[in-house]
Design a protein around this ligand. Structure first.
Ligand SMILES: Cc1cc2nc3c(=O)[nH]c(=O)nc-3n(C[C@H](O)[C@H](O)[C@H](O)COP(=O)(O)O)c2cc1C
Length: 378
């Protein structure tokens, strides 16, 4: 496939490999990098500060070893699950990510189509570049959730929640790890400006609070409420009318507080290492959270790039996983078909890993399949 990509000041033809050639998630990354303008790439790829956690998120999954069990009949592999009342054929979800029209002209509409084709549960970001009614229309035949950034204006927030539920979101994912953004150096240097007219249609009309300080001394973000607390969480659980999932839980005590406040599930996340640098990798956080809330489904994201990573997450007790950057790479290179392919590769790799681990369904993915854990390998 040939695209004309803007790089620097000149336009030059770039050849992107066909989907058949892109056989693993990581192969999509350099192709997306070639196609996206530098500022957009900095926004997608970057993490906070020195990107210590960004590297750890990736490495931590690869450092966990699997313990393969042999001679079991693995001629049928079943990856189905039920999550908050929705039946899914596999546990690969699309994490909420902002600004899809910066990656592909069809933006969220392409992502939604790709998610539908791959039967992946899609979480729509508050910072989407497509209005909610269009999201709803595009996603009528598939389940989707809505990710909420509570706004300083709680009245606006309440209306947004009602609109998302009315539009068909089956659950709300409240991002709890972002009272403001982290020190995203790459972003600050390049400052991604959305193209004129693109904006954030889902948050249209909200009053922006810009700190009256020079840019290098500001810490707050105009679209994020720094004063959100567990009271807001409790309010949401009470009023939303759909299950509420806090996203960005990193501590056992916070997981327990969320459970007591009515969380329907917990999303373990460090925001793709984009907020607080030097927090642990999510692969390391996950077992602590699973142990803290044994009765709740746990979803994890951060650095998941292989089916073996998914198998490890589920063996630690996660019910499902989310990917962020990988599907943005697929969206950037091939639109809906790229999103679909990324999910399908991960699902296929998961099934292969399950067969090689000697397990036939997700319930059989248990901790004893992880070499590092007590009691494993025996
Ligand atoms: C470009 C980009 C934009 C993101 N936007 C949001 C967002 O709007 N809301 C949110 O809760 N998380 C956002 N995230 C975090 C993702 O939901 C997810 O936690 C993270 O991407 C998972 O890590 P991974 O990219 O290594 O798979 C964003 C991540 C990226 C890479």
């Amino acid at each position: 496939m040939t695209f004309w990509a803007a790089r620097g000041s000149s336009l030059r033809p770039m050849t992107t490999p066909s989907l058949d050639e892109l056989v693993s998630l990581r192969l999509f990354e350099p192709e997306a990098r070639k196609l996206l303008p530098d500022v957009v790439w900095a926004y997608v790829a970057g993490g906070a500060a020195d990107e210590i956690t960004l590297a750890h998120n990736d490495q931590a999954w690869s450092q966990i070893q699997l313990s393969a069990r042999v001679l079991r009949d693995v001629s049928e592999i079943d990856t189905r699950l039920e999550l908050l009342g929705t039946r899914l054929p596999h546990p690969v979800m699309l994490a909420p990510t902002a600004r899809h029209r910066a990656y592909h002209p069809d933006g969220e509409l392409a992502t939604i189509a790709g998610a539908r084709q791959a039967q992946a549960l899609y979480v729509q970001s508050s910072l989407g570049t497509t209005p909610l009614d269009q999201v709803a229309q595009a996603a009528t035949d598939q389940p989707w959730w809505f990710q909420l950034y509570i706004q300083r204006d709680r009245g606006f927030t309440a209306e947004l929640v009602a609109a998302a539920v009315e539009a068909g979101a089956r659950a709300l994912v409240l991002t709890v790890d972002t009272p403001t953004l982290g020190a995203r150096d790459r972003d600050q240097r390049d400052s991604l400006g959305l193209k004129a007219g693109q904006g954030y249609p889902i948050l249209e009309g909200v009053e922006l609070h810009v700190e009256d300080l020079p840019a290098h001394r500001r810490i707050y973000n105009p679209l994020l409420a720094p004063d959100i607390t567990w009271d807001d969480f409790a309010w949401l659980v009470e009023t939303a009318g759909v299950p509420v999932v806090p996203k960005g839980i990193q501590r056992a005590d916070d997981a327990r507080t969320a459970a007591a406040a009515g969380a329907a599930a917990i999303a373990v996340s460090n925001h793709g290492a984009r907020n607080l640098d030097t927090v642990p990798a999510t692969a390391r956080l996950l077992p602590h959270i699973v142990e803290a809330v044994p009765d709740l489904p746990v979803i994890v994201d951060g650095g998941i790039r292989r089916g073996t990573d998914v198998a490890k997450a589920l063996s630690m007790g996660a019910s499902a996983i989310m990917i962020g950057r990988p599907y943005i790479w697929g969206l950037s290179t091939h639109g809906a078909a790229g999103v679909q392919r990324v999910v399908e590769i991960l699902h296929t790799e998961l099934r292969m890993a399950m067969a090689l681990l000697g397990v036939r369904n997700l319930a059989e993915l248990t901790r004893d399949l992880l070499w590092d854990y007590a009691g494993s390998g025996s």
